[in-house]
Design a protein around this ligand. Structure first.
Ligand code: GTP
Ligand code: MG
Length: 372
């Protein structure tokens, strides 16, 4: 890379403190970057040092705008403890089970889709925001939700975790809808008006501008107990998502990309993961790569526990056939064959070994430097 004489480099490395440097000396990535900086070396644009984290990137397809199709929005519900997040999801899920005539079958996936009552459009709700996978994806700057529904209880207004959620929304750039819940507890129309106005003003203190106050954030009073305005909430999600023009590639040759939402060993099925699809269409037989493992998709299980032939963007689906259990929060990418999958898992494991080795050498040198 540096196009320089190896002995000059070794001499320079020694001056930098790498006393044991020789031709086959292994240096960790952090040091490589420092050394490259020392020589003002710029990697050619588009090239990066290959690491375990990015070793699969070269498998990703270039964007293909012609393969873009509209996709449903992915929504998470956030808010303070006990403000009613789970009750909203339960209500939506129950009505979706009824509408799909799947009553009685337990849904067990960390995400589910509803079809809106009036516009008959799909929305994906993610079930467990804040859990491990989300934290991991957030750390990597991955933004898997499009819209956050912020739940504020009519009894409590804004509380510490409401403020946390507001901060998250601002950082992530997600669109926001506020649902004022538990309005069935308010006895008169007058009380309702007073409470809703107070909450809208409290939101204003945190720079959330309600539509009714001339802003751009829909604020919808609902009850997940009585079902009041739940349809309005769903239709508002569709309105907001239409403004976002959400699309994903689903061409005949589009390779799947997605995220592992959760992962577990199931008695009869073996290694099972829930994959949220970002692009492409998953079908049985597809070869998927994730972390240090891969799978030839044996079976796809939909949110109602039944086998499905395929799954499309913004849908979550259970995937069986993983050689080992993939990790929640890891990225998923489709490759053409098991041979390619094996080769890249091998590459990644090798890089992990090298990094371990390199950090041992670095640590030994640091220790020696301390002794001198
Ligand atoms: P955590 O998961 O603990 O953060 O709480 P949560 O936000 O999921 O709240 P949850 O849905 O568990 O609701 C808390 C309590 O409020 C439960 O007793 C619910 O029955 C009640 N509740 C939720 N929504 C409504 C509503 O619209 N009306 C009424 N009357 N009660 C509600
Ligand atoms: Mg809950």
């Amino acid at each position: 890379l540096l196009k320089m004489n190896i002995n000059t480099l070794i001499g320079d490395l020694k001056k930098l403190g790498f006393e044991k440097a020789k031709a086959d000396y292994i240096i960790s990535r952090d040091y490589i970057e420092l050394i490259l900086e020392e020589y003002s070396y710029q990697l050619p644009s588009g090239r990066e040092i290959v690491t375990p984290e990015n070793v699969y990137d070269e498998l990703k397809q270039p964007a293909d705008p012609k393969a873009l199709k509209d996709r449903p929005p992915v929504v998470t519900i956030m808010g303070h403890v006990d403000h009613g997040k789970t009750t909203i999801l339960d209500y939506l899920r129950k009505s979706s089970i009824v509408s799909q005539e799947f009553g009685g079958i337990t849904q067990h996936i960390g995400a589910f889709q509803v079809v809106t009552p009036v516009s008959k459009r799909k929305i994906t709700f993610l079930d467990t925001p804040g859990h491990e996978a989300f934290l991991k994806m957030r750390e990597r700057g991955a933004n898997i939700t499009d819209i956050v529904v912020l739940v504020v209880s009519a009894e409590d207004s804004i509380k510490p975790q409401t403020i946390e959620a507001i901060k998250h929304v601002k950082k992530s750039g997600n669109e926001l809808i506020v649902a004022i819940t538990k309005v069935d507890k308010l006895r008169s129309a007058k009380e309702k008006e007073t409470v809703i106005n107070k909450i809208m003003n409290d939101l204003l203190q945190h720079e959330i501008h309600a539509e009714d106050l001339g802003g751009n954030v829909p604020v919808i009073p609902i009850s997940a107990k009585s079902g009041e305005n739940m349809d309005l909430l769903e239709e508002n999600i569709i309105l907001v998502s239409d403004g976002m023009e959400l699309q994903a590639e689903v061409g005949k040759n589009t390779l799947v990309e997605g995220w592992i939402l959760e992962s577990e060993v199931q008695k009869t099925l073996g290694n099972v993961s829930t994959v949220l699809i970002k692009k492409g269409i998953i079908r049985k037989g597809a070869v998927l790569l994730s972390g240090n493992t891969y799978c030839k998709v044996r079976n796809l299980i939909g949110e109602n526990g039944a086998s499905v032939a395929m799954a499309t963007p913004a849908q979550a689906v259970e995937v069986t056939g993983w050689k080992q259990l993939p990790m929640a929060g890891d990225q998923v990418i489709q490759v053409d064959s098991e041979a390619i999958a094996k080769k890249y898992v091998g590459k990644r494991l090798h890089l992990i070994e090298l990094e371990k080795e390199a950090s041992t050498v670095d640590k030994m040198n640091e220790a020696r430097a301390l002794v001198h």
